[in-house]
Ligand binder design. Structure first.
Ligand code: SF4
Length: 333
């Protein structure tokens, strides 16, 4: 049974291996993970089995993507001395618990998950009408419960998944006796970051600024970023409230620059090019230490593999302890 008085509260969160990470990933999750590692016993995993739920047909980039993503985790400041970083498929106990939980999860609970319905409507280029895709919230539940996590850092859209985890944990406990604590959603601010074309920043839209982009690349990408469409000439006043450049200022610039842009855009005192230069300075300042740490890991490429191996071993031990209790509770052995 989980006893938070005997250890720091434990959190768990994962990311699908999409390759190099961008500013949206940094602002949406990664910078938060870095802060949390000082306060929680943190477990972060590469969700490679989750990747298969939608991208099963082409896995040619999978291993390269894992390496790039974890290099970015480390570059952004996740410290393997503080946080356990591991690969989901390296801990087969996730799959075993997923199987057991899938036996007790009513179909209706899964069909009601809002992100499931949304994905069925929006994903057209892959066939996701599969058994595995319907069941991915059960896999998520197993990911969380196998570590008896107390908290799950999530954005607002993921809260229903944590609620489902709690329901499945309750159902399991009611059948077999209390094994699992009910984890809490640790609601974290996830600003919607626009990409250079004004749509949500995303690798698939080709509008992203990557953590590994060189300063000149950042400058060049931001120089071509869309602005308030009504501001056509330098002397036209603009409206920062509808400008994606200003959305990025709000995340990466200091309060003085934000105030200045907010004021001088409306009176046309500042031009868009100067405004974007100020933004590029702020973004490059944020990325500087990340690039420096990335260089260190690139010089010793085996270190990323070592970090994952050690983290996966540690995760496996914790997960196996839980599975011992689960098997006993279900009377499997
Ligand atoms: S000055 Fe800045 S905030 Fe205003 S429209 Fe131009 S880019 Fe956007």
């Amino acid at each position: 049974m989980s006893d938070p008085t005997q250890r720091r509260s434990r959190i768990l969160s994962g990311m699908r291996p999409t390759g190099k990470l961008h500013l949206g990933n940094l602002a949406g999750a990664l910078s938060n993970w870095v802060k949390l590692q000082d306060h929680y016993e943190s477990f972060h995993f590469v969700a490679d089995w989750h990747m298969l739920t939608t991208d099963y047909a082409d896995t040619s980039e999978l291993q390269a993507n894992i390496r790039e993503m974890v290099t970015d985790w480390l570059a952004a400041g996740l410290d393997p001395e503080k946080a356990t970083l591991f690969v989901q498929s390296g801990v087969v106990q996730h799959a075993e618990l997923h199987l057991i939980l899938s036996m007790i999860t009513p179909l209706g609970w899964l069909e009601r998950v809002p992100t499931y319905k949304e994905a069925l409507e929006n994903i057209r280029d892959r066939d996701i009408h599969t058994y595995g895709f319907l069941g991915y919230p059960v896999l998520q539940t197993a990911d969380i419960l196998v570590y008896k996590a107390d908290g799950v850092p999530v954005g607002e859209d993921q809260v229903p998944h944590v609620e489902l985890t709690r329901e499945i944990a309750r159902r399991f406990n009611s059948f077999y006796g209390r094994v699992f604590p009910e984890p809490q959603a640790l609601l974290t601010p996830t600003p919607r970051l626009p990409g250079t074309d004004g749509r949500k920043m995303s690798k698939s839209y080709n509008n992203a600024i990557y953590l590994s982009d060189a300063p000149e690349v950042v400058n060049q990408k931001l120089a071509t970023m869309v602005t308030d469409p009504a501001r056509k000439r330098r002397y036209d006043p603009g409206n920062p409230d509808v400008c994606p450049v200003f959305d990025l200022h709000k995340v990466f610039s200091g309060p003085e620059v934000i105030d200045r842009v907010n004021r001088e855009c409306r009176t046309a005192e500042i031009g868009c090019l100067d405004c974007k230069r100020l933004l590029a300075d702020a973004v490059n300042r944020t990325l500087y230490p990340i690039r420096e740490r990335r260089k260190l890991y690139e010089q010793e490429p085996q270190r990323v593999g070592e970090v994952l191996e050690q983290g996966t071993e540690k995760a496996r031990q914790v997960a196996e302890t839980t599975m011992g209790e689960v098997r006993k509770a279900v009377r499997l052995r």
